[in-house]
Design a binder for this molecule. Structure first.
Ligand code: ADP
Ligand code: MG
Length: 485
């Protein structure tokens, strides 16, 4: 689609994210809540909704909801009750889900998305409510039959609904990334989109730029990665623009994302949509959350990525980019927190973490918890560079790999063993420079004739002659002086 046509329209997007809570037991029963157990083993009569059974509220879910609500700047409702959402489906053993319809536990929040250096986009959070997951229909194991695994039934979910504040696939990408990071920092959800423990439905509409009214929205489901949320939205925006351009009406419907062909396919129209006949759940008591309860949860909150971001950009003067990368996961940030206890060169610390350390982890398929070099030793390596004993290049190419292999040794000892300590001694550097000047008389002539950029060439030769051990800073200065004479 041409940029002109895209620019003529504005996309309006609201997201509904479902997060499976990492509680030990289910939302309204003592059944074990775990992923990957043998099918239909974690189901009691309560989960199955047999007559005479009673649901019982899992207090942990309330705590998790408050945590998430606080970190998304929400108001926490003091009085709430639960509702039954009725529908028939093979994987819904009770015939209804217990959810919060009219009284969500969290309302009226917001999240600030970092959309580039210094650019922030504020997204309103309409509500977060507690509910339970359904079971799972499995269509691809048996050739003839659909199989049902009810283990997932009753898993506690938080549904997080945004205002229609997002305007692009990129913003949706940033939003889901932010939510995933947050639930992982809070340790309330593992954030795994492939396994479906974090799911996102996207509501998408388009309107002419400058128009006041929203267009008809389409809901897109079944994206199993954040990248696919973005791809699905981008496809949907173009599909809707094409429809509007052709004067065709947009049907209010639910569509499914087809990742193989990067398109969305109609699942059901609004006319065929369910009427859930919500009514208050008679078997669960209304809930009241006291100010003291909220405060107690607040007191136990871990440090959040946003607070770290503020610290790194404001106090340590790191760029938004560096800070964002450091805080990407909680353990990565935790390592950095230790590292900066041993070095005050924050920029170098960030560069090592986001550069060589991350490359190593990616290559090895390891997490930072498995990283062999302690923060103290990485700081010692940074100090060797800062003291001019090892060049950045040598540190990265030789010392760091050697330290990975011998992580019990100190960087200083390895540098000495491998003869990597560079020379910043003036007389020996001068000796190297003399050699270079002798070897390249014609380049020296050209340099003296005005081709000052040749200093780069001379420095390269110097590194060869000194086997990379001449301190570049000291050498550069001396080189210029000696070439001028
Ligand atoms: P429904 O009644 O279909 O559930 P809601 O009003 O509850 O719709 O909104 C569901 C989601 O859709 C919310 O995230 C909301 O921000 C978003 N939304 C509402 N209207 C639009 C629209 N015209 N275009 C895009 N998203 C929208
Ligand atoms: Mg709704």
């Amino acid at each position: 689609m041409t940029k002109e046509l895209l620019d003529k329209y504005e996309a309006v997007i609201g997201l509904e994210v479902h997060a499976q809570m990492l509680t030990k037991t289910k939302a309204y029963s003592n059944d074990v809540n775990e992923y990957g157990a043998r099918p239909n083993t974690n189901i009691s009569a309560v989960t199955l909704g047999h007559p005479g059974t009673l649901p019982k509220m899992n207090k942990k879910t309330i705590e998790f909801a408050i945590k998430l609500g606080l970190s998304l700047n929400c108001e926490i409702a003091d009085h709430q009750y639960f509702a039954r959402k009725n529908y028939f489906y093979p994987d819904l053993p009770k015939g209804y889900q217990i959810t919060q319809d009219k009284t969500p536990i969290c309302t009226n929040g917001h999240v600030d998305l970092k959309m580039g250096e210094g650019v922030v986009k504020k997204i309103g959070i309409t509500r977060i409510h507690m509910e339970e997951d359904a079971g799972k229909s499995i269509h691809d194991v048996d050739v003839y039959d659909t199989l049902v695994d009810l283990n997932r039934a009753g898993t506690p979910l938080l549904e997080i609904v945004t205002e229609p504040d997002l305007r692009s696939g990129d913003e949706a990408y940033a939003y889901v990334t932010e939510i995933r990071q947050l639930v992982r920092y809070l340790e309330i959800c593992d954030g795994n989109m492939e396994e479906g423990s974090l799911r996102c439905d996207a509501n998408v509409s388009v309107r002419l730029k400058g128009a006041e009214e929203f267009g008809t929205k389409v809901e897109v489901k079944n994206m199993n990665s954040i990248r696919n949320v973005q791809r699905a939205i981008n496809f949907e925006i173009e599909r809707q623009i094409e429809m509007v351009e052709k004067n065709e009406p947009i049907a209010q419907e639910t569509r499914s994302f087809d990742a193989v062909n990067t398109r969305t396919i109609s699942m059901r129209t609004k006319e065929a949509a369910n009427d859930y006949r919500y009514f208050p759940e008679p078997d669960l008591q209304p809930l009241s959350v006291t100010k003291e309860h909220v405060q107690a949860v607040k007191d136990e909150m871990p440090v959040l990525p946003n607070a770290l971001f503020e610290k790194y950009t404001k106090e340590l003067s790191l760029s938004d980019y560096d800070a964002s990368n450091i805080i990407s996961t909680k353990p990565f940030a935790a390592y950095f927190e230790l590292l900066i206890q041993y070095t005050k060169n924050y920029k170098a610390a960030a560069n090592w973490m986001n550069g060589d350390v991350r490359s190593y982890l990616n290559q090895q398929g390891k997490t930072i918890e498995e990283f062999p070099i302690t923060p103290e030793k990485l700081a010692a390596l940074i100090a060797l560079i800062d003291e001019g004993k090892v060049s950045n290049t040598i540190a990265s190419q030789k010392l760091f790999p050697a330290l990975l292999e011998n992580s019990e040794k100190s960087p200083q000892a390895i540098a000495e063993e491998l003869n990597l300590v560079q020379d910043s001694d003036e007389s020996s550097i001068k000796g190297f420079i003399d050699e270079v000047i002798k070897q390249h008389p014609s380049e020296v002539e050209r340099y003296k004739g005005g081709e000052k950029q040749l200093v780069g060439f001379f420095m390269g030769q110097l590194m060869k002659v000194s086997k990379g051990k001449a301190d570049p800073k000291a050498a550069n200065k001396l080189m210029r002086e000696m070439l001028e004479n």
